[in-house]
Ligand binder design. Structure first.
Ligand SMILES: *Cc1c(COP(=O)(O)O)cnc(C)c1O
Length: 410
């Protein structure tokens, strides 16, 4: 079922998606991919669709991103990649976060490239033997983030081990990559240090005889602010979804369009006297006779419980949430005359938690500020209880399941 771009629903539709939904505009995704591929060019773009595409729906986003010119897909877990393959998506794909229980054999069988820090190599090779097919591996160096990737000290030996396996025909080292720690703060010096370490690692790999398809380092903020980090491929997550990674720049300033709108309908609306306490703890009391609107979204839906004050738009006005956010619901204070000026009951009126902000409505950035977090977390944590619906979906075509589209010469 698809929520129509004009805000109406096909006749006869009913049910959960009408009451409460995260509406994903796939044209916004395609627009963002076009903007970002142009920024990254001549480097190619990997659409990072881990965590169900930051809450937007991995399969739909992956298809839209490939249609708009992304060449690769990136996920954290092999299981996420297998779900995309099961949906018939056969674009180049990389998974980079594993444990000894990860299903490397399934990854090899499904043609999913494996990011490795070093410890995985014997298991990956065992999987390749079992599948009688060489694994495709991207070696990951920790250039300073302190998370995944091999240390600089061990890089030589990990490269050597991988080349040995490659010589035995058990794997192919097709990529070298690393991840940046502070690219969202472009003035900080550590990005230069990480870049220098990355270049050194590439030289070592090259000396060892590795013939790479792709070298990749940049995430969204580096793609937008550091062309010297682009190499052959940029790994873009947040930007696909139209959100800004920078504290001091909005989506609109970056030419990006937020793709997710979380909207619902008012569950209740009633006039109360001055001094009415609101929600658990009674931390808010109406300052005068007023109208309380009940929003059927709470922390079980992914609204952060700490985000009291976050805005909800009803009838063209943004109202802050008052009182505590509960598991299923939260409350806005519409003021004394809300229903009179609306010309009747507001029960069932549309309430938008966040959207693209183009009409002055609330954004994921507003909720991030209210919750003391980042926009990444706001969209990603919208829970499965909120049904996703899609607008502007294009029909499947050859570009989706075929090999990556080639970038036209500019
Ligand atoms: C999540 C992730 C990305 C994408 O980061 P954005 O800031 O969302 O663009 C890129 N690379 C790796 C390794 C990641 O884990």
């Amino acid at each position: 079922m698809t929520y129509q771009a004009n805000g109406s629903w096909p006749d006869g539709t009913s049910g959960a998606v009408l009451e409460r939904s995260a509406v994903i505009d796939l044209e916004a995704i395609r627009h963002n991919v076009r903007v970002l591929t142009a920024v990254a060019s001549p480097a190619q773009l990997m659409a990072v669709v881990k965590a169900d595409a930051y809450g937007h729906g991995a399969i739909q986003v992956a298809r839209a991103a490939l249609q708009a010119g992304a060449s690769w897909l990136g996920v954290a877990h092999i299981s996420e990649g297998l779900a995309l393959r099961a949906a018939g998506i056969d674009a180049p794909m990389l998974a980079w976060l594993h444990t000894p229980e990860s299903n490397f054999a399934a990854a090899v069988a499904a043609g999913i490239d494996i990011g490795v820090s070093g410890w995985e190599l014997p298991q990956v090779v065992a999987a390749a033997r079992a599948q009688q097919r060489p694994a495709r591996v991207h070696l990951k160096l920790d250039t300073g983030l302190g998370r995944n990737g091999c240390t600089i000290e061990k890089w030589d030996s990990v490269v050597g081990e991988a080349v040995d396996y490659q010589d035995q025909g058990l794997l192919r080292v097709v990529g070298v990559f690393s991840h940046l720690a502070v690219a969202d703060e472009p003035h900080r010096p550590e990005t230069d240090q990480q870049l220098a370490a990355f270049r050194e690692a590439l030289a070592i790999a090259s000396d060892a005889g590795v013939d790479l398809e792709v070298r990749h380092l940049a995430n969204t903020p580096a793609t937008l602010s550091r062309p010297d980090t682009h190499f052959d491929l940029v790994r873009v997550g947040l930007g696909l979804y139209g959100l800004s990674p920078f504290e001091d720049q909005t989506s609109a300033e970056l030419g990006l369009r937020p793709a997710m709108t979380v909207r619902t309908l008012l569950s209740n609306c009633k006039t109360v006297p001055e001094g009415q306490g609101v929600s658990y703890g009674l931390n808010y009391h109406t300052p005068s006779d007023s109208t309380l609107g009940l929003i059927p979204l709470g922390y079980a839906d992914g609204v952060p419980r700490v985000a009291t004050g976050g805005p909800v738009r009803v009838n063209g006005v943004n109202y802050p949430v008052v009182g505590r956010i509960a598991m299923d619901q939260m409350v806005i204070d519409l003021g004394p005359d809300a229903e009179r000026s609306a010309g009747g009951s507001l029960i069932g009126a549309e309430a938008v938690m966040f959207g693209d902000g183009s009409d002055g409505g609330p954004t994921a950035d507003d909720w991030a500020r209210a919750a003391g977090t980042i926009n990444y977390e706001i969209v990603t944590r919208i829970s499965p209880r909120v049904p996703r619906s899609y607008v502007n979906e294009l029909p499947l075509d050859a570009a989706v399941t075929g090999s990556a589209p080639q970038k036209a010469a500019r």
